[in-house]
Design a protein. Structure first.
Length: 282
């Protein structure tokens, strides 16, 4: 049975997995510590889950993030250990009796290739929105940053995964914190990249917070654990503390996009700080 919050039923949408360098994911944390929870392969890569979120209700099927680009060249597939014959996102949607045409809204947390990659489908050399009836939402600041990224992060963007959305007229650019309705808000965070928008769905009793790249893994609850990919690490540390403090006090459920072991947890606290509380079934 799906979790229900307000008018929305909530489902995880599995989009497969890929691999990234463990040192980049764990930042300054020494390998002897992080390898206990993320055993690396022979070339230091660790598994990264691709887990989107489906919100169904109020006449809408809302998908949060779209997974990986399907049109990788063979070299990139090898580098990132991403090899899927079928489309993982649409295959996962079938589990809920849905097709790409049933999605009414797509919220893109940001435009890195593992978040926006599945937004566009390239067939016979023609790029088009994979969810043809959906409005796609992204922060204007993030879209503009993606068009002119820094030398540090330009490798995280593939313009073929988002420029076609603007060309098709389906992209809605937002300016800051936004409520799409009275139970769904988009909260803006700037540590990882400019204008990352993370989703909170809530009612009077509960909140589910989609953690995106603020907390890629549960291990990132630890303050010094900040990815090397983040543009502003000290901003990330502050943002993490603010969210964990509120989540702990208000009993939020944290939904992980990338953690292979945890899908959703509550936030606990011990003598060392915030920690994983109870696992939550979604």
């Amino acid at each position: 049975m799906a979790m229900r919050i307000g008018r929305y039923e909530i489902y995880p949408v599995e989009g497969g997995s890929f691999s990234l360098d463990g040192g980049a994911l764990y930042g300054i944390i020494p390998r002897p510590l992080w390898e206990k929870v993320s055993p690396p392969d022979a070339v230091n890569r660790v598994k990264v889950q691709l887990r989107s979120l489906l919100l169904a209700g109020n006449g809408r099927n809302i998908l949060v993030d779209t997974g990986m680009w399907l049109n990788w060249p063979e070299k990139s597939k090898e580098i990132y250990c991403y090899n899927y014959a079928a489309n993982p996102i649409t295959e996962s949607l079938k589990d809920y009796g849905l097709t790409a045409e049933d999605i009414t809204d797509v919220i893109l947390t940001h435009l890195h290739f593992d978040h926006s990659g599945g937004a566009v489908l390239n067939e016979n050399g023609i790029a088009q929105p994979q969810f043809p009836r959906a409005t796609y939402y992204v922060q204007k600041e993030q879209f503009e940053w993606a068009l002119r990224p820094s030398d540090k992060d330009k490798g995280s963007y593939i313009d073929g995964t988002y420029k076609p959305l603007m060309a098709a007229g389906v992209l809605s650019l937002l300016n800051g914190h936004t409520r799409l309705d009275d139970e769904l808000e988009l909260m803006v965070f700037d540590g990882h990249t400019r204008g990352q928008q993370l989703v909170r769905v809530f009612d009077k009793d509960r909140s589910v917070f989609y953690a995106g790249d603020l907390f890629p893994y549960a291990y990132h609850f630890k303050p010094p654990c900040v990815m090397a990919y983040d543009l502003s690490p000290l901003v990330t540390v502050r943002e993490k503390d603010e969210i964990l403090s509120r989540a702990y006090k208000e009993g939020w459920i944290i939904f992980f996009q990338h953690d292979p072991e945890y899908t959703a947890v509550t936030v606990g606290k011990n003598e060392k700080g915030y920690s994983v509380g109870a696992r939550v079934q979604i």
